[in-house]
Design a protein around this ligand. Sequence first.
Ligand code: ADP
Length: 819
Amino acid sequence: MKFKVKIFVILLIDLIFSIFAAYNFILIKEKPMLPFFNSLKGIVFDENTGIYNKGDKIISIDNIKFQDREEIEFYTDTKSIGDNLLVTYSHNSEILTKNIKLIDFYSFSYLIVIFIIGLSFFATGIFVLLKNQELVFAYIFHWLTLGVSGMIFLTWGKIQTDYLIPNFILRTFFDVCLILTPITFLHFSLLFPKVKFENILNKFDYIYLIFFLYWFVVFIYNFQLFLSMNSPKAIIAFREYNMMHTYHSKILMIPFVILVVMNYIHSYLISKEEDEKRKLKWIFLGILTGPLIYTFIYSYPRITGKPLISEELMLIMLVISPITFVIAITKYRIIDINFLVKKGLVYSLIIIIFSLLYVFLLTLVGEIFEPILDDYSFFGVNPSYLLISIFAIIIFQPLKSKVQEYIDRKFFRSKYNYNKVLSNFSNKIKELQIETSIVDLIINSINQVIPTVSHLILWRNSQNQVLSSQNFSLNIVDLEKIDRFIENTSCKPIYSKPYLIEEGIRFELLTPEIQNLGVELILNSFSDIDKPKLTFVFGKKKAETKFSFEDIELLNTILHTSAVSIYKTKLQTELILEQAEKEKLKELNETKSFFVSSVSHELKTPLTAIKLYAEVLNSNPNLNENKKNEYLSIIEGECDRLDRLVNNVLGFSKIEKGTKIYNFEFIDLKNLLSNVINTFKYQLNFHNFKLFFDYETTANYTIEADEDALKEVFINIISNSIKYSFNEKEIKILLQTEPEFIVVSFEDKGIGISSKDIGNIFTPFFRSKEKNVSSLGGAGLGLAIVKNIIDAHKGSINVESKIGNGTKFIIKLPVKNEK
Ligand code: ADP
């Protein structure tokens, strides 16, 4: 209730103010002046000398002599628009007298501009006050805007001595406004956006008191001046009054504006809240277009010379100021100030570039065509100007709008066809079955319409799979942070920084920890556990605008559509992998049973033979020595065969497990080979094999190698040759030296290996499917072990073979082998 009364009183003051403002409007409208007073309509008027036409000097008006411009104005104010004055002036040392009619001091358009701007400040103050009745700054802001509005509305009208009292009250009001504005401005800057320097704020009542006293002195002084304006000394009083006015309106303002600006810069530097910074940016814009322009560009330069911009332009700029303040106070989140400033800068740059281009072309065309076309000028105008204008219309206008359009699209993406982008996306994604192409499409579509500085596309299943990342340097821990954050907040669809998204869209706030990673927006596909979990993470939007409804909707549609698509491709890949796994398992099973059967066969054959010959030996004690020895040799040979098999199986399992250890030492390869051949003596004899072992007697065959391992190699190769030779039974072993290498080759004249099989013989468990091979025993491990051992020795093994033509294995071993 208390507030209501207070508001009522304030509004009453506002009403009285409006009545005075309206009254002043009449005085402004009636104010007359000499036609050349403001150097109008081609008449040159020098403000310092009062010259009418260069070189002319006003001597008297209505036979009264005047000292300066103000005196003339003071005199004309006693006349009315349309009255004739007798102006005597010197022209080229001639004295002339002319009857000159007084015209309007203020043009009609000027009055309208004043009205609009004054009203905008006036209304702004009331608006803010009514919206924030319980906040102190709203009251101060109201007085501030009322003051500014007074400075505009109560501008000098006709100083008619007939209406002395009302005119005096008007001027008093004006003075109050001039004094009130700077002080309330400073006061406001300490209250909004945040209360600061409270000890100074507490003393503001005293400051107001001082200003009131000061004003009171001014008031008394003015009153006395006004009284004398009716006397013969009127002009002196007026001049004094005018000086006072100049002081208040132009000089008093400056220190306060500087103080306020400094205060706001300080606030900005210490401010940590995004919100506050935004408000301050709006305020800066307001100060720039309002007080700064008014004091430093317009008012202050006027004291010493001409203002830097015209009064009209200053007034028009002034209209921006109350708007930005209202935005700072109430709607600072609606329009993105960063975007506004950035776009403004880019646009200004374009205009400057085009202006320069235009000037350049203008000079160029002028230089070329002006002399040529000089003879064809009509109405005194050279046709080259016409050419330039046509040129400008044809080229510049469309070019400028094209450039602007391009910039809008490229940098700000202010307009995009939501439906077009979406239908394009949906059409294309249907055709895509590969994950990477889907991801490419997502990135392209997003970049086309809502480009961001950085993005991350995450597939959050058991681990975080990054499908695409740009300008985000996140490690696994960071990704886990994001993932955990989303999971802990039960997977909301939208997470955002504050004020990044248009109002009205519901979202979860990002924690500072996540924001510190450069994340500004997260969009999530589904919250269900078994559903696909595609997540888009974005950094800043390049355009610096907020994410609009359309943006979010578009991104969400892209997200959900692609989540399903990626999910599908993932399922497909999983299915294929599963199938491959199954096949591999089947193959492994087959191999296993094949291995078991062949090993048992391999075991059984020698065992049967051993058992048979042992029985024969046992049941025939009278066998002759030769036979006995032969049978015992057979048993020994079969035992060797068993031994080889068991060795191979054990060796292979060691290789498989990676536990095979090599023992490198210097050995004589020739001796080793001789020993191995010796162990085959019985078998070779038994099968009537011819074996040739060739080597150079003088050569040195010492090599650094694992003796047992190489033994295994040679045993496997020789036993294969024995096994796979049916008709021609001949084995040639050749030992050769090369610099740093020893080469051993084994050549048989056996069944050979088909070109189809030759590539597989070193694969574990591989056995040729040829009938004559498969009928023989074998586990398919021998050559696999051979290959592995040769590799471990950093050597090489090659096969040359043709089916039916025998086989040659060439083994190359380095002489030296590091341990
Ligand atoms: P296994 O001899 O037990 O089948 P290996 O790994 O020793 O297994 O040999 C793999 C395959 O290479 C053999 O099944 C055979 O088809 C072929 N092979 C190996 N050595 C010879 C050779 N000297 N002559 C013909 N074929 C051979």
